[in-house]
Design a protein around this ligand. Structure first.
Ligand code: PRP
Length: 175
């Protein structure tokens, strides 16, 4: 399928995504029983994953949305912007950060540093995708949907220059 000037092909279909997301929710339900975690979803990319993940959460929980960008078109710029939108008091809370993708790991690293200063009781990461080979930072990712190779991926929240976030499946750049 063509998005703007580039050709993409199907990479992970909707059914597979939903099955994996439901399994992650189940794990979280078990791990956080009786703890009322605060999910912190990182906009924009995580909105679909966050929505489907939360549908499977059966324990008491809250969700909040923050924003912090680092991408410029298809290449990570390494630049990290300010964290905005966190209006909850996270002191003493169990946080679960929801990300669509961990690439270089810079975004998550920066966010963890900022959030830890605010005194949460624990912080774990739930990411739908992880480009393990691209991650330079030593990170412990507790919930990972799919380990993927260093491909440019779009759909299910992930964009190409603002487009394709609405696609129900995940696509990768065709070679
Ligand atoms: C993407 C993604 C992560 C980050 C991962 O966000 O949602 O936040 O990049 O890259 P890194 O591990 O190399 O830091 P992006 O900046 O594209 O914003 P978006 O969520 O609005 O698409």
């Amino acid at each position: 399928m063509k998005v703007k000037d580039k050709e993409f092909s199907i990479f992970i279909d909707r059914a597979k995504i939903l099955e994996r997301v439901a399994a992650l929710a189940k794990e979280i339900n078990q791990d956080y029983e009786g703890k009322t975690p605060l999910f912190v979803a990182v906009l924009n990319g995580s909105f679909m994953f966050a929505s489907d993940l939360m549908k499977g959460i059966e324990i008491s929980a809250e969700i909040s949305f923050i924003k912090l960008n680092s991408y410029n078109r298809t290449h990570s710029t390494g630049k990290v912007k300010e964290l905005i939108g966190l209006d909850e008091n996270i002191f003493g809370r169990h946080l679960i950060i929801i990300e669509d993708i961990v690439d270089t790991g810079l975004t998550i690293k920066h966010m963890l540093e900022e959030l830890r200063e605010l005194g949460p009781k624990s912080v774990e990461i739930a990411t739908l995708l992880h480009k393990k080979e691209a991650t330079k930072e030593p990170l412990s990712l507790r919930y990972v949907g799919f380990e993927i190779p260093k491909k440019f991926v779009i759909g299910y929240g992930l964009d190409y220059d603002g487009h394709a976030r609405n696609l129900n499946d995940i696509y990768s750049l065709a070679n």
